[in-house]
Design a protein around this ligand. Sequence first.
Ligand SMILES: N[C@@H](CCC(=O)N[C@@H](CSC=O)C(=O)NCC(=O)O)C(=O)O
Length: 283
Amino acid sequence: MSINEISANKSFSGWHKQFTHTSSALNCEMRFAVYLPPQMEQGKKVPVLYWLSGLTCTDENFMQKAGAHRMAAELGMMIVAPDTSPRGDDVADDEGYDLGKGAGFYVNATQEPWAKHYQMYDYITHELPQIIEGNFSVTEQKAIAGHSMGGHGALMIALRNPQMFVSASAFSPIVNPMNCPWGEKAFTAYLGDDKEVWKEYDTCYLMENYLMEQTDQKIPMLVSQGEADQFLAEQLKPEALQAVASKKSYPLILEYHQGYDHSYYFIASFIEQHLKFHAEHLV
Ligand SMILES: N[C@@H](CCC(=O)N[C@@H](CSC=O)C(=O)NCC(=O)O)C(=O)O
């Protein structure tokens, strides 16, 4: 699995880099970004945090706006930020910002015209980790985090792959995509009308029903939510996740923050807490 380095910027004694590669899962050329902490230059293997971004994002939003490099350098943590959908001229798209390119929702599409390229679940859970582990000096320890649509992706993927990740966190996640306009639109297009199939990708459903009998399957979760978020009531509904977590005794920390909106200003304000949370588990 060859990758091509297309940019490199020194940052907090480590490196921010971007790579392109041919994705067999997505059937197209993709780009991802990494932050390589300075410990890697001294030959040390480091754990990896996968960051999944939200609607309209590429690999660049998090790396440029979250202010995560200083703490990742201090903690000795590699960060991987993939794109949010397949890309390219022959990839299906939609006029809306919430479907198609920039809006892959981290699912494996089964419907046309999406199925040929929109296999983001497989890309994040199989192909990308293989690429990272094949090309960088990393340990097997992995955590996952994300924002909004990417928060849905991070929590959903963690719940379905508890053996793969040691911790999960999210800013302003879409926790119940089966029951909000963003999720209903995307899941109908990518997965079809059968809501039984949607359940495989719904964090609230998964937390209540999936692999929850064994206590060691409950990987710790941190969720941060701004109270002034413009999408809070209609799209995000964190109270639904809190209700399931309480019912299932799931180790969820859900924190509300007065005055913060849905933007990267919120993420930048609390990213240090999230990275330290993951560092506690990435031993
Ligand atoms: N353009 C849309 C809203 C788009 C938006 O807010 N995108 C968020 C993620 S929302 C959920 O996944 C984002 O991260 N944007 C990129 C950024 O750098 O801020 C609208 O106008 O409503």
